[in-house]
Design a protein around this ligand. Structure first.
Ligand SMILES: Nc1ncnc2c1ncn2[C@@H]1O[C@H](COP(=O)(O)OP(=O)(O)OP(=O)(O)O)[C@@H](O)[C@H]1O
Length: 975
């Protein structure tokens, strides 16, 4: 399937959520069972990040004649007062649900004086013009300099735009796979062991191997070194950081060196270049991980990183909220290698800029502009910026006061990404409001700098602050990435004292990330499993009521950890289970159903990192805690954005009537003439052909067997295609003795001397079962006569009857599947509503208190199990967009080469992959997930049905016709 055409990014839709985001919603709140602790605000960091980082400060970074401007420290923040450990009250066993705004008052406004302040007589964002030598002085805010470069002609690499002649047309968004990328840096002349590569990974994260090859091509440090003149960077492969105030090449610098045990990273530019090209062609997880390993030496992404990077690469402005040290910088470092233009990082403190500059890997050239630099230094930086050498430029927000600074960017490559570090400073509601940050309004950045994509990063923000920042920077609510404060939770009472904890997640990738994150933070042990659930509501509720002891922890066993994936062998799973049961692993991070066969009585806590998909699932999972009768804790991290995602995903199993009709036409293709013959549907190809998940095909086949009328008998699954080689006896002789071989020789295709044949065809010719054929082949193989390979797993069946009325069978099956889908959606809605009720509506009476909500959740659960609990579709989804119809039209027009069903269009608009429309291809389209906030069925699907020609059932009576491929039909659609 082709990806969207060039026109696919043209949308009738204005940037999403141009209006201020809705009032604080419960992005992430918590639900607890049996805990009385009040935790800090999920989005606020309880340990506010000290800026600058507590690393040795450079002794100098400006010319000696001028005292360096001191980084102005942020006002110190009060330490959060320690939360008293509660003594659980037996009569008070509530769930706890809190929303951010309940927990912490808004941060007080506190202005931070600007570091590196430059005062300009020009109004900020005044008319852009090319910088002159005078401007450079002005930018430098310094005395005259002899070495002001003449305005230079600059080409946007790869685009050949002469910005002296033409005002740069800054192309955006950052569509991956587009042709607007510059060629990767060619070989650079200076190759040295002394790169600008300094890893300051003193936290010990990752397993990086840092080693420079003797010869380094391409990403030379030379220009980078010039660009932040004075910083001579040396990597000696170390674990310890040492900042020395020494004279660099120009006598103004300091040297940063690493000395220690770490191995050195072999930087192979060719490999990196290939990996970058790979990501540009396709920004898949796999390609990005490959690049990460090469550039940073890390084994995996941490939580939030991959998501943020992908958002940015697809040109979507993003709000990233991750705790201090979680690795936010990587989220612009990697895009800097991939995006065509400059990454402009706005940072509040000079010391922080220097620190971030030092952390850039060697292959990313960085620079900074600050008021303490000399005119020469600034002009050199500008030169490197103009020639496209500097990829990441750090500046303070005060720079945006300066019209000359703004004008620089009319002569440089495009700004592909503007990063606002410490983005909470934008909001006057934050603890660190900084007036100059107010300049960073998306509209101004867009008009003056043609900035199309913004990455706002912070570790500390209340919901109110976040909304403010996202509103100013025009970041849609859907583009908010936050790490749920799992660490805070695990490190605070009562969880810090619980020995055995299960953390439930929805996605495999999530378990991996959390597992890695916890291991990095010395919390032991990760496992992921999946299996089905049982419901045991009463047992759970009674057990909870009876729980009466506060569990004391034993930290002695916490040191060891294991990390597992769902693909692990059964014996390894058992091993992990054993380790968990014997308290050698403290925390298990599991997908939905870890615990089958687990009889660990002292599981002290169950944390739901993701919203369960039903109350049944929730009740089952919390029931794994407290089996020993002790007080146990349940905590749900409630995230309404995730709910929307999960809700969207429930539509991934659904099918169109048209697809069912096509499937039936194939299932019954042979008609009753072939009764008793084996029919096979190769799973993968059928799934793609009908755009139906394999499990859904099996469900339909099973229904055709077990429904009111039995139309077929499902047989064991087999691999349908066999490739066979003869070894001893010549094939002809063997065929004379063996009917199976004789039939194979008759029906097989010969490819490269091998016999390729279809097992069901051979079995049907002889009149035996597929299993008989396999047994005979196995026998010949054991005698050394043949070898063979099998492929194409297939669902097999024999026909019993052929439907008289295909149309009504199709309609019946579609309705049935649609009811299953609705039921799933309803279940997740109920789960969401139960949690949302506690977060948003519970008046905290009848036993509910603070964030503890056992009574109200008990009530909801009981109502549900008495079948009173079904609720309507949540209001927040029941909205439409005036642009939907027009966007569907543009999408279809720009992808006229592809064939869509209404459901396929609706899924793409919701960002749901399907077998025929994989995310690898279709997530590149501008429309991918664009309407995920809008009710799938009510709006998006019906909108698509109106726009896509949906033929009536094409199979009439028992006459089977080949269905025409469905396509967009403008006339029919009435668009
Ligand atoms: N995927 C990863 N795997 C291992 N280590 C990582 C990964 N990403 C980042 N790190 C390391 O984590 C540390 C912190 O990263 P970084 O400084 O970017 O964090 P941050 O979120 O920006 O913190 P701060 O808020 O203090 O600026 C760095 O040493 C970095 O090298």
């Amino acid at each position: 399937m082709d990806s969207d055409s060039d026109g696919s990014h043209i949308s009738a839709t204005p940037p999403r959520d141009l209006q201020p985001p809705p009032p604080p919603s419960s992005h992430i709140s918590r639900i607890k069972l049996f805990s009385t602790i009040t935790h800090s605000h999920p989005t606020s960091n309880p340990n506010p990040k000290p800026k600058p980082k507590p690393k040795p400060k450079p002794k100098r970074y400006s010319k000696p004649s001028k005292p360096p401007s001191k980084p102005l420290p942020k006002p110190s923040q009060p330490e959060p007062s320690p939360t008293p450990i509660p003594v659980p009250n037996l009569s008070d066993l509530p769930f706890q649900i809190r929303r951010p705004s309940d927990e912490k008052p808004d941060d007080s406004t506190c202005n931070v004086p600007a570091g590196g302040l430059y005062l300009s007589k020009f109004a900020s964002f005044s008319k852009i013009r090319r910088p002159t030598s005078l401007d450079v002085k002005s930018i430098a805010n310094d005395s005259a300099s002899d070495s002001i470069p003449p305005p230079c002609r600059t080409e946007v690499k790869g685009e050949g735009v002469d910005i002296n002649a033409v005002k740069v047309v800054k192309r955006h968004p950052n569509l991956i796979g587009g042709s607007n990328f510059p060629a990767l840096p060619a070989k650079k002349p200076r190759i040295s062991n002394e790169g600008n590569f300094v890893r300051l990974n003193i936290n010990g994260y990752g397993k990086s191997k840092f080693k420079f090859k003797g010869k380094r091509k391409g990403y030379s440090a030379a220009s980078g070194r010039r660009s932040f003149r004075g910083y001579k960077r040396k990597a000696r492969g170390s674990g310890e950081i040492e900042n020395k105030g020494v004279c660099g090449e120009d006598g103004l610098g300091f040297e940063i060196s690493q000395v220690g045990k770490r191995d050195r990273l072999e930087v192979d530019e060719e490999l990196i270049r290939d990996a970058v090209s790979g990501v540009r062609n396709e920004s898949s997880d796999e390609n990005l991980l490959k690049l990460l390993k090469l550039t940073h030496g890390y084994e995996s992404f941490r939580e939030g990183q991959l998501e943020a990077i992908k958002m940015v690469l697809s040109g979507k402005s993003t709000m990233l909220v991750l705790p201090t040290g979680a690795g936010k910088s990587l989220c612009y470092q990697l895009p800097a290698l991939i995006l065509p233009g400059i990454v402009l990082v706005v940072s509040p403190l000079v010391a922080l800029m220097i620190d971030q500059l030092k952390q850039l890997p060697s292959m990313i050239e960085g620079g900074l502009i600050c008021s303490s630099q000399t005119a020469e230094e600034i002009s050199e930086t500008l030169r490197l910026l103009q020639e496209g050498t500097i990829k990441v430029l750090f500046v303070s927000p005060e720079r945006f006061l300066n019209a000359e600074f703004i004008s620089i960017f009319s002569t440089t490559p495009v700004i592909s990404l503007l990063v606002v570090d410490e983005a909470h400073c934008v909001s006057e509601w934050s603890h660190n409001f900084r007036p100059s940050y107010m300049r960073l309004k998306a509209s101004l950045l867009r008009t003056r700098l043609n900035v199309q994509c913004i990455l706002a990063m912070t570790a500390t923000a209340t919901t109110k602050t976040l909304n403010d920042v996202m509103c100013a920077l025009e970041i849609p609510q859907t583009n908010l990435i936050k790490m749920k404060d799992l660490m805070t939770l695990l490190k605070s009472s009562p969880f810090v004292d619980v020995e055995s904890i299960i953390i439930y997640c929805k996605f495999q990738s999530e378990t991996d990330m959390i597992s890695k994150y916890l291991c990095d933070n010395n919390i032991s042990a990760m496992v992921s499993f999946s299996f089905t659930l049982l419901v045991c509501l009463n047992e759970v509720l009674f057990r909870e009521s009876e729980a009466n002891l506060f569990f004391n922890c034993n930290m002695a066993n916490f040191s060891k950890h294991k990390s597992y994936h769902s693909g692990i062998l059964n014996k390894d799973r058992s091993r992990v289970q054993e380790l968990f049961c014997s308290n050698k692993i403290r925390v298990v991070v599991a997908t939905v159903a870890f615990g089958m066969g687990l009889d660990k009585r002292d599981v002290g806590a169950v944390i739901h990192y993701t919203l369960p998909e039903s109350l049944e699932e929730y009740v089952q999972e919390i029931g794994r805690a407290g089996r020993d009768g002790r007080l146990s804790y349940c905590h749900l991290l409630f995230d309404d954005n995730l709910y929307l995602k999960l809700r969207s995903l429930t539509y991934s199993d659904g099918v169109d009537e048209y697809a069912v009709s096509r499937l039936l036409s194939q299932v019954f293709a042979t008609g009753l003439s072939s009764q008793q013959k084996i029919c096979a549907l190769v799973r993968e190809s059928a799934s793609q052909k009908f755009d139906m998940k394999e499990e859904v095909i099996l469900t339909i086949l099973t229904h055709l067997e077990l429904g009111e009328v039995q139309y077929l008998s499902v047989l064991p699954q087999i691999n349908a295609t066999c490739t066979l080689n003869f070894h001893q006896t010549p094939s002809g002789l063997l065929a004379a003795k063996d009917i199976v071989i004789a039939t194979i020789l008759k029906t097989a295709d010969i490819k490269h001397g091998q016999y390729v044949f279809d097992i069901p065809t051979v079995a049907n010719s002889i009149g035996v079962s597929a299993v008989d054929i396999l047994n005979m082949l196995q026998k010949l193989k054991s005698k050394g006569e043949i070898t063979y390979d099998m492929k194409d797993p297939a669902y097999c069946y024999t026909l019993v009857d052929v439907p008289k009325d295909f149309c009504s069978l199709t309609a019946h099956l579609t309705k049935w599947l649609s009811e299953i889908e609705s039921c799933k959606v309803q279940k997740i809605d109920v789960m969401f509503h139960a949690a949302a009720f506690a977060v948003q509506e519970c008046k905290r009476m009848n036993g509910c208190k603070d964030s503890q909500h056992t009574p109200c959740l008990h009530k909801k659960i009981l109502e549900y199990f008495n079948e009173d609990g079904f609720t309507d579709v949540p209001e927040k989804l029941d909205q439409s967009s005036p642009f939907l119809r027009a966007d569907i039209k543009v999408f279809l027009q720009s992808n006229s080469q592809a064939k869509f069903t209404p459901r396929a269009v609706a899924r793409i608009m919701h960002g749901i992959a399907s077998p025929a429309f994989p995310s690898m291809t279709w997530s590149k389209t501008h429309f991918w997930g664009r309407y995920s906030h809008i009710n799938f069925h009510v709006k998006v699907y019906s909108g698509s049905r109106n726009s896509v020609f949906e033929p009536d059932c094409v199979i009439q009576d028992s006459k089977i016709k080949k269905s025409p491929d469905i396509t967009y039909d403008r006339e029919h659609s009435g668009l």
